[in-house]
Design a protein around this ligand. Structure first.
Ligand SMILES: Nc1nc2c(ncn2[C@@H]2O[C@H](COP(=O)(O)OP(=O)(O)OP(=O)(O)O)[C@@H](O)[C@H]2O)c(=O)[nH]1
Ligand SMILES: [Mg+2]
Length: 180
């Protein structure tokens, strides 16, 4: 069985754990602990190590999906996870523009370590004050000017929506479609 490894990264509360859980067919692992500091204003629990789920793609292939912690004090986990990955999804919440610098920091962090297929997944588009996709991409100031990233809106609570992003990433990793 061939295994593809994908990482789901992004700022605190962008929807990473929800995404990984929704994609899951089996073996879900979560490492959520009570939030402290400013994160507790957003949500009672936060990921401290990683989320993990498995998805069967075909009889010969499965995908392991790892969700990172959002807090930068756990960035050693970002490093561990991204270095084994074949692709990643950067989740960005559309309704919290104050998080965009942190999303960009994560993008830079990943880009310094790997050049692998990636997708920007815009979450919380259903929320009041959600910014437009163009505004978000502008703020991310994508690093590779010759290649624009694939950008998709995604509802991490909706399986069809999550699988659409996962299958797109799989196709780019396998070279079935161009990542530009
Ligand atoms: N309305 C709305 N809520 C969402 C969306 N995506 C995620 N959520 C909610 O946002 C909250 C945070 O989601 P998590 O999946 O825990 O976020 P996370 O990125 O894993 O957060 P950390 O582990 O703390 O970094 C949860 O209550 C989700 O149900 C979305 O697109 N729309
Ligand atoms: Mg989480």
């Amino acid at each position: 069985m061939k295994t593809l490894r994908a990482v789901v990264a992004g700022p605190v509360s962008s929807g990473k754990s929800t995404f990984v859980k929704t994609a899951s067919e089996k073996n879900l692992i979560e490492t959520e602990c009570l939030s402290t500091d400013s994160t507790s204003l957003l949500k009672p629990q936060t990921t401290v190590a990683f989320d993990f789920s498995r998805l069967i793609l075909s009889p010969e292939m499965e995908m392991h999906i790892y969700g990172t912690p959002g807090q930068s004090r756990f960035d050693f986990m970002w490093d561990l996870l991204i270095k084994r990955a074949e692709g990643y999804i950067l989740l960005v919440a559309a309704h919290r523009p104050d998080d965009l610098p942190s999303a960009r920091e994560i993008l830079v962090y990943m880009h310094q370590r790997v050049q692998i297929p990636m997708i920007v997944g815009i979450t919380h588009t259903d929320c009041p004050n959600a910014r437009s996709v163009a505004e978000i991409i502008d703020a991310l100031d994508y690093l590779d000017k010759e290649k624009s990233p694939i950008v998709m809106t995604v509802d991490p609570m909706n399986k069809t929506s999550v699988l659409k992003v996962v299958m797109k990433l799989k196709s780019i990793i396998l070279g079935e479609i161009d990542g530009e």
